[in-house]
Design a protein around this ligand. Sequence first.
Ligand code: ATP
Length: 350
Amino acid sequence: MKDDGQEDRGPSAVREPAVIVRGVTKAYGDIQALAGIDIDIEPATVFALLGPNGAGKTTLVRILTTLIDMDDGEARVAGHDVRREGTRLRGAVGLAGQSAAVDPVLTGRENLELVARLYHMPGSKAWDRARDLLSQFDLVESADRQVRTYSGGMRRRLDVAASLVAEPEVLFLDEPSAGLDPRGRLDLWQVIRELVRGGTTVLLTTQYMEEADQLADRIAVIDRGRLIAEGTPAELKSRSGGEVLTVRAADDACLPEVQRVLGAHGDDTPVVDSEHGRVSVRVSDGAGLLAGVVRALDDAGVALSEIGLRQPTLDEVFLALTGRRAEDGAESNDDGAKSAPAAVNRPGGP
Ligand code: ATP
């Protein structure tokens, strides 16, 4: 991590976390969007805020980027107090929000150059920075087309690129993969990993366990304005029952037999999805069990059409942590852009 911008620090000072949140609350009328949040994010790590619609994720991102004020509490980002050092803080952070903030009438290149000029970069430096980002985000071929001709995924990539123009120390990504196809999502994850290797700290919000699992060093699960769990992806998954083993038999008549075998190997009662001919069960050591399950099914004369391990979904994590489904009590938001990225690493996904 870069040390410039960290004022008032002696050479021997211990560097503080990149993001510190203490007791932050925010209400909108009767709605308690945040009910006292505490977070520490170490520099050059990815921290995922995982939660359903309306959990309070965007509200926290807005507070930490000074777009809205908190009611109570304290927060520091990149060494700057959110309330008292807003100007310095804004110079040290980048934000890509849920709706692309790029100008559809300008070209991709013009958008990036405009942002660079807003940061007072001289013309040649702005041009260089735009060129580098267009290349990094695979937008070179469409660089000189108006953004209104871009696909949703291209706009989102441009939007993230724009948030990086000033090389922020801390990058906030609010639902970065909303609206991206599986390929676009993987590309974006790769960019995020590279940024973090280069020293950037990333706070991202997501509704997808898998995205958090792929990217985050630590995950905080947020529900109705409260953090209900925090830990590494492995810790959270084990708290919510590890992975899910799913089997589909070549012949649906074998479902009871599959159910029996999985019942003997899994951690709880197998769930039968007769519509798709699948049986699933939670397992704590999926990789270790796999060979034994295949053998047991073979011994039982079951021909397999599919077997696989997948991460628990947000809904399954939620159920384990709260005893209720993530969808219950969450706001509905059926804009289609937030459908789960089921196809990635998920057996039987569409
Ligand atoms: P999403 O994924 O849908 O964006 P989220 O976890 O980011 O969800 P927030 O947008 O932070 O959730 O919203 C938290 C709560 O605060 C919700 O109940 C929401 O309706 C409410 N809320 C957010 N912004 C406002 C506002 N400007 N006025 C009134 N209520 C608001």
